[in-house]
Design a protein around this ligand. Structure first.
Ligand code: GAR
Length: 205
């Protein structure tokens, strides 16, 4: 009789946990790339869980449709940022993740949470870092007269949007661009950039 030790298999798997707050289109691009490019065979990697801090995040249904486990941890149920982050850390650590991927996760993280995942916490930010950290990046790039904009994948450090840049995508800013038209152009590049950056990171480890 063949006995399979599933817990041992799980321990050897390099899990990815993805955190979202909204539409989850980057999460979907990563999950689809992982499946289509067989990251499981190539890197021993699986997207183990998608966690949202908002129950109404559209990305939860998309993840579930791909057969990925989902969880909701509503930050409004916690009395402090530290209490929320501590619970989030427990939820994530159940999967012993090799990578924790922020994909439109719109929360400022506590230094202790960031330190816990040092070197395995990755984010995508919709600007060419170090330019335009923070919010409203597209309107600020237009207002500043920039000719190009883009997105950056970076390791997360305690200094918001300032961690080492792993990869960037550049798009033109064209006459008549609005924040919305520019955001759409950048987002379509994010969907190529983020899987590519994660693939390179996994291949390097
Ligand atoms: C993306 O444009 C991402 O770069 C941005 O939120 C959007 C999420 O879209 N992230 C940030 O602004 C983080 N500071 P998605 O939910 O469809 O992936």
């Amino acid at each position: 009789m063949l006995a399979i030790n599933y817990s041992a298999m799980k321990a050897h798997q390099k899990n990815i946990v993805i955190l979202i707050s909204g539409s989850g289109s980057n999460m979907l691009a990563i999950a689809k790339a992982a499946k289509n490019e067989r990251w499981n065979e190539k890197f021993g990697t699986a997207v183990a869980c998608v966690i949202s801090n908002r129950a109404d995040a559209e990305g939860l249904a998309s993840a579930a449709a791909l057969g990925i486990a989902t969880q909701v941890l509503d930050h409004k149920q916690f009395e402090s940022r530290a209490a929320f982050d501590a619970q989030l850390q427990l939820a994530i650590d159940n999967f012993e993740p090799a990578l924790v991927v922020l994909a439109g996760f719109m929360r400022i993280l506590t230094p202790s949470f960031v330190a816990h995942y040092a070197g395995r916490l990755v984010n995508i930010h919709p600007s060419l870092l170090p330019a335009f950290t923070g919010l409203n990046t597209h309107q600020r790039a237009i207002d500043a007269g920039c000719r190009v904009a883009g997105a950056s994948v970076h390791l997360v450090t305690a200094d918001l949007d300032h961690g080492p840049v792993l990869a960037q995508a550049v798009v033109p800013i064209v006459a008549g661009d609005s924040a919305e038209s520019l955001a759409a152009r950048v987002l379509s590049q994010e969907h190529r950039l983020y899987p590519r950056a994660l693939r390179a990171l996994l291949a390097s480890r």
